[in-house]
Every structure is written in structure tokens, then in C-alpha cells.
Design a protein around this ligand. Structure first.
Ligand code: AMP
Length: 813
């Protein structure tokens, strides 16, 4: 955002030069007769020059760091034979802050120097003759500014300068919508390394899932998106907004008996997506606190177990992939009275007719189904005939309901308490007798005609991985990755291949690769997922060695940890977490991928057979999982520590070329990977915590996420790097938990040295284990607020005494 651009000011700039014979404005105009505000001075032959040019007052518009871009030409002193003694090739730039325009008459010595400006390119007379003007551009920044505005001043001390333009601006992160949250225009912070944490506001019709935040860098870039908003029930995400499927409007009663009411209804006018199921809520009139919910994939249900002669209220809503729409208005129907037993019998002829008609319609439907597949009719064949004949089958381009479960799910509620457990957990597809049922339970069937394959991007165990595009009805075409199952597969291979989709389809998280659907009705069998432009993380990092800021790397790690927290909350243990199994998109968002059953480890080239016969990626796997197959979220945390190491070392191979056997032995003996180069101490400490032998002592994924968030919020905490001298490549580090023999907790230790008053501060700042305390430096103590020198000495001496340097006794293997 420009605060001043001398090139665009049409009238007088209002700048003041003194002495009067110093800087002078050249009264030139451009081709549009607009003034060009060029100031020049060239007193190279005269001694003791001190020529000042003062700008008018410039408002900083709330910015606390501003940038000044100068464009100027400067004469080379060597081209001035007579003036060599006095000629200068630099000038000085100053500023003076003031809240208003009264500051103009201040003395020169009150101005604060910004810098001495030298030319990268000076010009000689010869250049001038050839009209080759070497225009220099120099940018300086100033901050933190504390007042409302400022003046700039340019001091010449005897150079030959033409100041062609002055542009003053500040940087901001422009308003943006990310993850359904709106982030406002944000002026960057005062400190050049500062990241401002900015909270997003959920767009209309969406609600917070995890508080959405982003970080505005000093360069005006948004970094490290965290959290997200989700469209409210019934609203669907489209182009960063949410629109709802309209409510069901027409509900008709069908057969009514003394204990049951049958209903049918029409699909909402504007489904805004594919309707996955309907939810029917009903309760006895005036008894709303006790209600029943039936979920049905069909557009008709029968509510039974009702009281005779009673009025019941029904409301229906539709669910699309985005969630539930609004409930319909209330529809009230009454069961038959108990005395009217004969009325049931009176309906027998109707039932007979209904059944007959039903059978005929069913025959028509089956006839249709046998006469050709949906694909035969092409994409977009939305058969109203089928919908009429069998309204529960929803046919449209894109997804066809692969499974029409006739069984409805019924739940009873009383005073808002559900009687079925509602916590979502991961369901192992193995628990399904028929694996096809599992895949269609969790994955949507996509018609092959809706997919365009563009190019091969990788090779998977079961066939090629391609990039391409998916066009679903009512949606814009978007890029996807397509995994194909090669021809000639066995039934087991097909099952294993689709197993990944059955797992992936159960997850919905911004850091887990998103499944679009599967193609199983035609060949080749395919799994379609979101497209990740930068491919797998290990290759991407190797290709971009050293190219990212620490904050960007921590942002990647935060994303992976957040995805893993989601998986562990779902009760899913990944078992093969490694950078090669993380995908990264063009926004540097990392997503966990490679889900599978037994095949995960079967097709990982890193996985090796252990003595017990299983295949395990040794370098990434926790010792207890190698030794006795104890795979848990805690063993995933160990692997996460290795991923941290891979990320911070830009894709280096963990344990380099050591053999798997040597790795197992070294880890068992307590050796750990040393810190990657230039790694912040706090991150290396977190890695060591993940590699605790006792799996219960390792941090949980939610703790890792909070810890990384904390580091992102305080980038200065990442400035302390692991001491270069304690970091030795190709050596492993003996991992000896600090003070393990002496003190069990930080509190215990601080109490023992009568410094217990600092326990809370230590804990709040992430020094919660004796291991982490080992990293504390004097500077850290000061930052923590331990300002009394006596206390600092006491703590540092105690650490020294305990010989707590974590990284000690390095032993080459
Ligand atoms: P996989 O069989 O899942 O290990 O995939 C093999 C390779 O295909 C990966 O290493 C990636 O380079 C690439 N790949 C897989 N899935 C995607 C995706 N969703 N987006 C981009 N590339 C992918």
C-alpha cells in the first residue's frame, strides 16, 4: 500500500530544500504533461556541502513498519577530474516521527538516520552522452513507528545525484478467504521477522470446526493456516461460500394403522448436491422432548410402534455431502383409533392392490436395470422414469448410490440424549464379510465418464497413478489424482487396492488426503482423490533443499501433526508414517496419505521383513512395534518424530546408510538421531520426546499440535538453534533422559534448589520435562522472567552440576 509515490503526485510535492542553492526540482513533464518530480544536486566541486531535502508529512496509516524505495542516478566521481577531492558517491536518508504536520521546523540533528545510500551503478559522462542513465533502486525499511506519521529527509554532502522518485509504502496481507474463514486486510508487524497471528471469521452459514487462524508475515504473505470453518448442517461448500439444500416441502401420508404411519415425500427442489439420506424426526404431539429419528436412504418410511388414536408430528430433512439441510415444516398425522380394528381389515384390499402395483413397478425397475448400465446412457442421464418407478434410487451423473440399504437406522432420544453411541471411530474394513460392501459404505461410486485422465504422475503398487480432472453434476471440473488397478489383478489385489479407499473414505480432515470416490463398476478400477500438486513430501523437500523458512517447515509439521491427531482420535493407527507417505499441495499444505490394510507395509519399499515375519519400515518404527508388533498411536508418534527429522533435514535419509540391523541395535542401546543442521532447539527437543523409549512418556498428537502452535505464535522461540558443536553428522546421540536418576519432575527439581516459584513459568513455556530443561540457556531464563542474577546462577549451576547437557557423550557407531 503506497503512502506516497512522487511519480503519481500531479501538483506540487511541497518538499523543502535548504540551503536554497542545494537540491533543486527539475521542472520536467512526461509525455502526458504530468510533472516529473526529480530533484537534483551536484555540488561536487565545492567543499563542506550539507544540502537537505525534506518531504512533506507522510501519514503511516497505522503501519508500524514502512518501506522506502528510492530511484536515483549518481555520477561516478572518477569521471570528474577536477572534483575528485571533494566529490562523494553517497547520500543519507533520515526520518522524523510526528503525530501531525507541526514537526517540519525541527532541527537537522533531531532527524534519525535510516541509512547511507550508495549507488550500485554510477554513471560517467560517457554514459550520459550515450543517454544510458543507470537508474539505481534502493529499498530501506523503518520501524517500529509509534506516531501517526513522519517526515523523510535526504542529505547530500557533495555528490552528483538526481533523485528520480520516492515511493513510501507498507506491506499487508490482503484479505482472503481460506478454509471458509475470512481473514481481513492485515498490516504486517513492526518486526521484520514477526508473524502476526490473525483469527478468521467464518463465512456466512458456516461454523467453527477448529478456530481458524493464519499468520501474516512481515513480507505480506499469509502463512500456516490453522483450523477451519465448516458449512452449517445442510449447507454445501461452493467457491468459498456455503448454500443450503432446500427443505423437503411435500410430505404425503400413506398407509395408516393403529400403530403405524407411512409417509412419502419428494426430493427437495434444490438439493444442492447429491442426497445421501433423509432424517425423519417424529414425536407424539406435545411430547417433543421424547422423539425418534429414523435415517433412510429412501423417500418413504413407516413409523411403527406408535400409540393408537394419537397425533404424531413429523419433520424431514435431507443430507448431502455437506451435511443436513433445514427441517421441513411440521406435518401432523394421526394413527387409527384402537376401536377401529376393522379398519385395518378394511384396508386389506388396498394392501393387496398396493402390493400388486408394487410388484409390477419393481418388475419394471428390474427390467430397466438389466437393460443397461448407467454409463450406457452417458453422463447426465438423470432418469425421471426410474425416480418415479423407484423413488429411493437417485440417479444422476457423478455418484450413483452403490448400496441402497433397505434397513433404516432408528435412534431414540429423550431430553436430547441419544441412546446410541454417537462418537465416530474408524471401522476396520476387515470387519466386513464382503469387502465390496465396505468400499461402498465409505466411498462414493463415480462414473468413469466423469473422469478425464491427463498424465501419469507416479507408480503405485497396484498400477499407475495419474493426474486428471473430475466433472460432477452441478460442480465445476476440478483436478484429481487417479490411482488405477492394473489389468489382470487377482481378487485379493482388488480387495487390498479398494481397502485404501474404504479407509480413506472414513476420514474428513484438511490434513488427510480426501477421497472423491471410486470406480468399481467399469474397468479399470480406480480410486479418485484430491490432487496434490507438489507430490510426496520427501521428494519435494529434496528438490527444494534449503528453500523454506523455519516457519514454513514448522507449518508443514503442524499440518501433519494435526492430521495425525485426527487419525488417533478416530482410533486409527497409521503404522507407516514417513515423509514419503505425506503429500503436499501448492499451498504447502501437507496431508497424510497411504492408508491400507496389510498392504501398507507390503508395498512400502522401506519395509523389511523382521525375524517375526512381518514387514516393517525399521527406520520409522518405534522399538516396541519392531520387537513385539505393538503398533499404537504412541508408535505413530515415534514415526512422527522421524518425519520431523526428515522435514528439518530436507528429506535426508534417517540413519543414512546404516543397515536396518545396526539401526535396531543403536536405538535399543539408547542412541538417537542427532539434530539436523540449523534446527531450532525446541524442535529437536520435541523429536527426542517422540523417541522416548517408554511409549507412555511420548507426547500425544494433541500436545504436539499445541506445542507447534505455540512455536508458530512466538517465532523468536525458534531462533535458538541446536549448538553446532553438539551436532555431529553420522554420529548418533546418546539419549540419556536428564536427571532421570535425580529428579522426577521439573517442579521437584526447582523445589529442591528453592526455586519452586518458577515452576509454573517453566511449565507454561514448554519446559515440562527434565529433558527440555536441559536445553535452557541463560538467555531463556531471562526471557522467562528470571531476572535476578542470583536466581539465574542458581538454576544454571544446578543444571551444570547435574551434568545435564542432553547432547553429551556422543559415540560414533
Ligand atoms: P502411492 O501409491 O499412494 O504411494 O502413490 C505413488 C505416487 O503417486 C506418490 O509418491 C505421489 O508422487 C503420487 N501421488 C499419489 N497420490 C497423489 C495425489 N493425490 N496427488 C498427487 N500425487 C499423488
Amino acid at each position: 500500500m503506497n503512502l506516497l509515490d512522487s511519480r503519481t503526485v500531479m501538483g506540487d510535492l511541497g518538499w523543502i530544500a535548504y540551503p536554497k542553492n542545494g537540491w533543486e526540482e527539475i521542472g520536467e513533464v512526461d509525455e502526458n504533461y504530468a510533472p516529473i518530480h526529480t530533484y537534483q544536486v551536484c555540488k561536487v566541486m565545492e567543499q563542506n556541502q550539507n544540502n537537505w531535502l525534506l518531504t512533506s508529512w507522510i501519514s503511516n496509516e497505522g503501519a508500524s513498519r514502512i518501506f522506502i524505495e528510492l530511484k536515483f542516478t549518481l555520477r561516478d566521481c572518477n569521471s570528474l577530474p577536477g572534483g575528485l577531492g571533494t566529490c562523494k558517491e553517497t547520500f543519507n536518508m533520515y526520518y522524523f516521527e510526528s503525530d501531525d504536520e507541526d514537526g517540519r521546523n525541527i532541527r537537522e540533528n533531531q532527524y534519525i538516520k535510516i541509512d547511507t545510500i550508495a549507488a550500485d551503478e554510477s554513471f560517467t559522462e560517457l554514459d550520459l552522452g550515450d543517454r544510458v542513465m543507470k537508474l539505481n533502486t534502493e529499498v530501506r525499511d523503518v520501524g517500529p513507528l509509534t506516531k501517526k506519521g513522519f517526515y523523510l529527509a535526504f542529505q547530500d554532502v557533495g555528490a552528483c545525484i538526481a533523485l528520480v522518485s520516492v515511493r513510501v509504502y507498507y506491506k499487508k496481507c490482503p484479505s482472503v478467504i481460506r478454509n471458509l474463514a475470512r481473514f481481513p486486510d492485515t498490516i504486517t508487524g513492526a518486526d521484520s521477522s514477526q508473524l502476526l497471528e490473525v483469527s478468521g471469521v467464518c463465512v456466512n452459514h458456516s461454523v467453527t470446526d477448529e478456530a481458524p487462524k493464519m499468520h501474516c508475515s512481515a513480507e505480506g504473505e499469509w502463512l500456516v493456516p490453522i483450523g477451519k470453518c465448516l458449512c452449517k448442517a445442510g449447507y454445501e461448500e461452493k467457491n468459498n461460500t456455503c448454500q443450503a439444500p432446500s427443505p423437503v416441502s411435500s410430505v404425503k401420508k400413506g398407509k395408516i394403522t393403529k400403530n403405524s404411519i407411512s409417509l412419502s415425500w419428494q426430493e427437495p427442489d434444490r438439493p444442492n448436491g447429491i442426497i445421501l439420506e433423509y432424517e425423519i424426526k417424529y414425536f407424539e404431539k406435545d411430547q417433543e422432548t421424547s422423539y425418534t429419528i429414523i435415517k433412510s436412504k429412501e423417500t418413504a418410511i413407516t413409523a411403527d410402534g406408535l400409540k393408537p388414536g394419537s397425533a404424531y408430528v413429523f419433520q424431514i430433512r435431507a443430507r448431502t455431502a455437506a451435511g443436513y439441510g433445514g427441517f421441513s415444516r411440521r406435518f401432523e398425522f394421526e394413527t387409527s383409533p384402537v376401536l377401529a380394528a376393522s379398519s385395518d381389515q378394511s384396508q386389506i384390499p388396498i394392501i393387496v392392490v398396493s402390493v400388486t402395483v408394487g410388484v409390477i413397478l419393481l418388475a419394471v425397475v428390474i427390467g430397466f436395470l438389466l437393460s443397461g448400465s448407467c454409463c450406457d446412457h452417458g453422463c447426465g442421464w438423470a432418469s425421471s422414469l426410474r425416480a418415479v418407478a423407484y423413488p429411493s434410487l437417485i440417479w444422476r451423473c457423478g455418484y450413483s448410490k452403490a448400496k441402497q440399504d433397505p434397513e433404516e437406522e432408528k435412534m431414540h432420544f429423550h431430553n436430547g440424549h441419544i441412546k446410541l453411541p454417537g462418537v465416530r471411530t474408524y471401522i476396520d474394513p476387515h470387519t466386513y464379510e464382503d469387502p465390496n460392501q465396505a468400499v461402498h459404505e465409505f466411498a462414493k461410486e463415480i462414473e468413469a465418464s466423469c473422469i478425464t485422465i491427463e498424465r501419469v504422475i507416479g507408480a503405485g503398487e497396484f498400477g499407475e497413478v495419474c493426474s486428471g480432472r473430475l466433472k460432477l453434476q452441478g460442480k465445476r471440473e476440478f483436478p484429481v489424482a487417479i490411482k488405477t488397478l492394473k489389468v489382470g489383478y487377482t481378487e485379493k489385489q482388488r480387495r487390498d487396492f479398494l481397502g485404501e479407499a474404504s479407509i480413506m473414505g472414513q476420514f474428513d480432515h484438511p490434513n488427510i488426503i480426501h477421497l472423491e470416490g471410486v470406480v468399481t463398476k467399469s474397468k479399470p478400477v480406480m480410486i479418485v482423490t484430491e490432487y496434490m500438486e507438489n507430490g510426496s513430501l520427501d521428494t519435494f523437500l529434496k528438490k527444494n533443499d534449503g528453500q523454506f523458512t523455519v516457519i514454513q517447515l514448522v507449518g508443514m509439521l503442524r499440518g501433519i501433526a494435526s492430521g495425525m491427531k485426527y487419525l488417533s482420535d478416530m482410533g486409527y493407527v497409521h503404522r507407516d508414517l514417513a515423509a514419503r507417505n505425506i503429500l503436499i499441495n501448492s499451498n504447502l499444505v501437507c496431508k497424510v496419505s497411504d492408508f491400507g490394510l496389510s498392504r501398507v507395509l507390503e508395498d512400502d519399499p522401506e519395509a523389511a521383513y523382521t525375524t517375526r515375519g512381518g514387514k516393517i519400515p525399521i527406520r520409522w518404527t518405534a522399538p516396541e512395534a519392531i520387537a513385539f508388533r505393538k503398533f499404537t498411536s504412541a508408535s505413530d508418534v515415534w514415526s512422527y518424530g522421524i518425519v520431523m527429522w526428515e522435514v528439518m533435514s530436507y528429506g535426508e535419509r534417517p540413519y543414512w546408510e546404516m543397515t536396518n540391523q545396526d539401526v535396531i541395535k543403536a536405538v535399543e542401546e539408547g542412541y538417537r538421531l542427532p539434530s539436523p543442521m540449523d534446527c531450532p532447539a525446541a524442535l529437536y527437543q520435541l523429536m527426542l520426546d517422540c523417541w522416548q523409549k517408554d511409549r507412555n512418556s511420548r507426547p500425544k498428537f494433541d500436545e504436539i499440535v499445541s506445542m507447534l502452535d505455540k512455536l508458530i505464535r512466538n517465532p523468536s522461540s525458534l531462533k535458538t538453534l541446536v549448538n553446532a558443536s553438539s551436532r555431529v553428522s553420522n554420529l548418533l546421540v546418546e539419549h540419556s533422559p536428564v536427571g532421570s536418576g535425580a529428579y522426577r519432575s521439573v517442579g521437584e527439581w526447582l523445589e529442591a534448589i528453592k526455586m519452586g516459584r518458577y515452576t509454573e513459568i517453566f511449565m507454561e513455556n514448554g519446559y515440562s520435562s527434565m529433558d527440555s530443561v536441559a536445553q535452557v540457556t541463560l538467555e531463556d531464563l531471562r526471557r522467562l522472567g528470571v531476572t535476578l542474577v542470583g536466581h539465574q546462577k542458581k538454576i544454571m549451576n544446578s543444571l551444570q552440576e547435574m551434568k545435564v547437557q542432553l547432547v553429551n557423550g556422543m559415540v560414533p557407531l
